[in-house]
Design a protein around this ligand. Structure first.
Ligand code: SF4
Length: 424
């Protein structure tokens, strides 16, 4: 018999997400640092002196401050970035500037965490608005992933809880005797806690540029040192599936989706044992909006168009498109495209708009007909940037992102493993 909840609706065994997304502009969550409070005076968005104020504050700070701007940031913010890039490029750029006491990260929370992990102890990382989270990163919490690992361990395909804070790296190890073991591969777009989990369990971080290499490496790990190992891919199911099927040549049937809101991930032990890639049920709310229908429609709308999409898009979109690649790949492809060519791009709208402005000799359209900004990226606006910079000038470090030492240590183990992958 199906149980019913208090509301009289059937209980399907779905548990609420422990870390619910905050409504923008409402409430705060001090545990996850995603507070929306902004102590002090936030300049009005209509203040006509904002650009001049940002410039003055940045000049006053000189080499003490280094401003990073993700490709998805607004134009009004990106103009103040010392360097622009994707999340990993920006974290490495921050690490290469030890002279900068302050790193102001115009991006989202997990990116600022990575910058804090990779920069020195004398450097402080600032996220101008703590509400700039990432819905995808929030889809995998440390508690959910620890529970999932227990499920995999009970199924005989993972090596237990790992070393924790003891300093003994491990946990990949053997599953039940003779069974393949699971190696976690976590996308950069994950919290520091998930990166630390990955490091503790002998896994690696990946980006959308190197997911193929990372997954191949993971499948070659294990006591036997040969094939037959498994990957737990966190937290973006689409990047994991697209990589497994389109780049590694696996079939869709080789992949299963682990839903953290269902008992045992909604999977049987046999399904877990049979799978090669266990995909976490997470996705990007921006790239997840595109459909195969939007690809069909843009082909009707724009004659001769080439469709170029990010691998965070659904499998049906990626297979319908002409080209798929990371943010950096998208930028380079458009830069190299011949004058007069036509492109429909499936990624965040700020970037697509900037590419269209920078290449007026080419037709560049957004893949969807409706607006598709990343709302959390857009939280970083000029008033918040001015507030963060002017506070630094006044000697106050606001909205500092500070990852605890143990988490940072194991997250760095996983990040270093990525850097050690062949061809990185
Ligand atoms: S575009 Fe998607 S993955 Fe990137 S920050 Fe926004 S929600 Fe997260």
């Amino acid at each position: 018999m199906t149980a019913t909840s208090d509301m009289g609706t059937p209980d399907l065994g779905v548990q609420p997400t422990p870390l619910a997304l905050l409504l923008l502009g409402q409430r705060s969550d001090s545990d996850s640092e995603r507070g929306t409070a902004c102590p002090g005076e936030l300049p009005a968005a209509s203040d006509p002196t904002l650009v001049a104020r940002a410039r003055t504050a940045k000049d006053a700070l000189g080499d003490k401050v280094f401003v990073l701007g993700h490709h998805y940031q607004r134009d009004e913010v990106i103009q103040f970035a010392d360097v622009t890039g994707d999340s990993f490029k920006l974290a490495r750029e921050a690490a290469a500037r030890p002279e900068a006491s302050y790193v102001v990260f115009c991006g989202v929370h997990f990116m600022a965490e990575s910058a804090d992990i990779l920069t020195g102890n004398h450097q402080q990382v600032v996220l101008p608005d703590l509400a700039a989270g990432c819905s995808m990163a929030d889809m995998a919490t440390a508690e959910q992933v620890a529970e999932a690992w227990d499920v995999l361990t009970d199924a005989g395909i993972a090596g237990g809880r790992g070393s924790g804070a003891s300093g003994n790296r491990g946990g990949r190890g053997s599953g039940a005797s003779g069974n393949p073991v699971t190696v976690p591969v976590s996308y950069m777009n994950s919290s520091a806690a998930i990166k630390a989990f990955t490091g503790r369990h002998g896994g690696t971080i990946c980006t959308s540029s190197n997911a193929e290499v990372a997954m191949r490496w993971a499948l070659d790990q294990g006591d036997a040192g040969g094939k037959g190992e498994k990957v737990l891919f966190l937290p973006d199911q689409h990047l994991g599936r697209n990589t497994a099927v389109l780049q590694l040549g696996l079939s869709l049937d080789d992949c299963v989706v682990y839903d953290p809101r269902r008992p045992n991930g909604g999977l049987t032990v046999d399904q877990l044992r049979a799978a090669t890639v266990i995909l976490w049920k997470g996705h990007c709310s921006v790239h997840g909006r595109f459909t195969a229908q939007t690809v069909t429609e843009v082909r009707e709308r724009v004659p001769g168009v080439t469709v170029l999409v990010h691998p965070e898009c659904k499998h049906e979109v990626v297979t319908a498109a002409d080209l798929v690649g990371s943010t950096e790949f998208i930028i380079k492809t458009i830069e190299a495209a011949p004058s007069g060519s036509a492109w429909a791009i499936g990624t965040e709208l700020n970037l697509v708009s900037r590419l269209a402005k920078a290449h007026p000799d080419k037709t560049i359209v957004f893949l969807d007909k409706t607006v598709c900004f990343c709302s959390t990226m857009n939280r970083i606006d000029l008033p918040h940037l001015v507030w963060a910079l002017e506070s630094l000038v006044d000697g106050r470090v606001v909205n500092r992102i500070d990852v605890d030492n143990d988490t940072a240590h194991y997250a760095k183990v996983a990040l270093d493993q990525m850097l050690a992958l062949p061809g990185i």
